[in-house]
Design a protein around this ligand. Structure first.
Ligand SMILES: [Zn+2]
Length: 294
């Protein structure tokens, strides 16, 4: 068999001289991966990114299997025992897009993407932000009640999958994030109803703050004394990309909103306030220095 392949290759070399062939007179060198080994190494996968699909099973499947977006895993809204693997973990899925988190950009290179079938914003509220009165009330951002609940079985599947991935790739808790966390001006998924706190408490998944730490930082005087650059630096310290302008512009509000979607979903003000400040400081206290930047 090997002889046949060699003669086919040789024949191709003779007939197609331009394709570039290995000369048969050169020795074949051996890759020795046993004799020496390096200790400075880590997994290529660093981040898990959770999404919702904004669509039903059929539409989500079509988009993720035939279009130019994809994810490694898909969790349908289906009462069965399946988690679909659409892209091998060793390959890139096209789910993250522009953005960054924890000092990493081009996250498709270093992340696993999980899509969950969910409508996102309830269709009856989808155009709500076009209503001027409501828009003013919610600062142009969807409030908690606009988001659609996930099914219980979807959460259980997510929990099992993320637990397994985090263990296999040794992913640090704060690098288990939502799409909004890495692209706050473009994305709001997996939205306010994604139960980050429950996943942390019930399954040990992801990052969450200590209540006592939060109380420690619920100090109005300290909050008022903190300058905008200091607070933005605290966001950066946790992992968020935020601009260094000296004001809370639209892009900065987007970051605050993404942060609240993840860590205080029932308190979606999209503005910097004592509660948000205390949660951010509590997270930094707990997770400072847990990044692997090598
Ligand atoms: Zn997404």
């Amino acid at each position: 068999m090997a002889k046949n392949i060699t003669s086919i290759a040789l024949a191709m070399c003779l007939t197609l001289p331009l394709i570039g062939c290995v000369s048969t007179t050169e020795p074949r060198y051996i890759i020795d991966s046993q004799t020496y080994q390096a200790t400075g190494k880590s997994e290529r996968i660093k981040t898990i990114i959770l999404h919702y699909t904004v669509g039903d099973n059929a539409r989500s499947l079509k988009q993720l299997t035939t279009g130019n977006v994809s994810s490694h895993y898909l969790i349908l809204n289906e009462d069965d025992d399946k988690i679909y693997n659409l892209v091998p973990e060793s390959e890139r899925a096209w789910h993250a897009g522009d953005g960054g988190f924890a000092g990493r950009t081009i996250l498709n290179d270093t992340s696993i993407g999980i899509e969950i079938v969910n409508n996102g914003i309830d269709p009856k509220y989808r155009n709500a932000l076009k209503n001027a009165a409501l828009k003013a009330e919610v600062q142009g951002y969807h409030p908690y009640k606009h988001y659609v609940e996930f099914e219980e079985i979807q959460i259980k599947k997510v929990a099992q999958l993320v637990q397994d991935l985090a263990l296999r790739y040794d992913i640090s808790p704060k690098n288990i994030i939502g799409h909004a966390d890495m692209a706050p001006s473009r994305k709001i998924d997996p939205g306010a109803k994604f139960p980050w706190q429950r996943l942390y408490e019930q399954y040990g998944i992801g990052a969450w703050y200590n209540q006592q730490d939060k109380q420690l930082f619920m100090n109005q005087d300290k909050f008022e004394a903190a300058t905008i650059p200091e607070i933005k630096q605290a966001f950066r310290e946790y992992g968020y990309q935020i601009n260094d302008s000296d004001e809370w512009d639209k892009a900065s509000h987007d970051v605050i909103y993404a942060f609240q979607l993840h860590f205080s979903p029932q308190h979606l003000t999209a503005t910097m306030d004592l509660e948000t400040y205390a949660v951010l400081k509590a997270l930094n206290k707990k997770y400072a220095g847990t990044d692997d930047f090598y």
